[in-house]
Design a protein. Structure first.
Length: 274
């Protein structure tokens, strides 16, 4: 019984100390302590005191570690709470930014729709103005491919009356710096089953654009061959007679003397208008 009591005491002390001991170890230590008690009791007391001291030191170390771990755990909890708070703030800011972005997009779409409606209104007004102007001159507005219209002149000036070169205007349209709709409709009439243009420089521009597949069909102001616009006389000669100088039935034109600077300007697009 005494041996069992000492062994149990060693088991408890070892448990407190945190040692991973088996029952055999406890019994062996109990036997050693019991033998010591029989041979020299002070030695047994010293062994028990030593084991008790080791257990106490181990327990204090474990307690200290537990306290430190608890402090670190509480610090981690505080840090987690701070991160959660920051996360909530970031989520709220993100939602606010998304809402602002949605509102900005809605405003942009609304403004874009307004601009589109205004553009459509302006285009309609321009079309009505053109129709009214053509009707005032005794003509009608038609839509024809420029490749189905022929020149009346044999030569043309490659400068518009404004001083802009025809080639520069073509390049600006190709670079989308200028709309082809900026130019007034061609004035055309029908002669011997063909559509001829009285606006030869603009026809050159539109034929090049048609060859480049920039335009397909364009609005033209059609005038009857016997109308005043075609047969109006100047210095005893009708406009048609003054204009109809083509040598190849209007298939092409070549460079003539410029009415602005008096020089001949060749075009880089001469091979693209036929």
């Amino acid at each position: 019984e005494r041996l069992e009591s000492i062994s149990s005491l060693c088991f408890v002390l070892f448990d407190i100390a945190g040692f991973q001991s088996t029952d055999v170890h406890h019994r062996v230590l109990g036997v050693l302590v019991f033998v010591s008690c029989l041979t020299w009791p002070p030695l047994a007391q010293l062994c028990i005191s030593l084991v008790t001291l080791i257990a106490l030191c181990q327990w204090l170390g474990l307690h200290k570690t537990t306290v430190v771990d608890r402090v670190e755990y509480e610090a981690l909890l505080c840090e987690r709470d701070a991160l959660d708070s920051n996360s909530d703030d970031l989520k709220a800011e993100l939602q606010s930014m998304q809402a602002e972005l949605d509102r900005a997009q809605e405003r942009s779409e609304s403004e874009l729709q307004t601009m589109r409606r205004r553009l459509a209104s302006l285009e309609e007004s321009l079309e009505n103005t053109r129709i009214a102007a053509v009707r005032t001159m005794g003509g009608s507005l038609r839509v024809i491919s420029p490749l189905d219209i022929y020149f009346t002149h044999a030569t043309i000036s490659f400068c518009f009356r404004s001083g802009t070169k025809v080639d520069d205007a073509i390049r600006m349209v190709l670079r989308k710096e200028l709309s082809h709709e900026t130019f007034p409709p061609l004035e055309v009439t029908e002669y011997n089953g063909r559509m001829y243009s009285l606006s030869n420089r603009r026809l050159f521009l539109f034929r090049v654009l048609a060859k480049r597949r920039v335009v397909d069909k364009i609005p033209v102001a059609f005038f009857d061959f016997h109308s005043e616009r075609v047969q109006g006389k100047k210095d005893g000669q009708s406009k048609w007679d003054r204009s109809f100088t083509t040598l190849d039935r209007g298939r092409s034109v070549s460079a003539g003397r410029c009415g602005v600077c008096g020089r001949k300007h060749r075009s880089d697009f001469e091979n693209e208008h036929r």
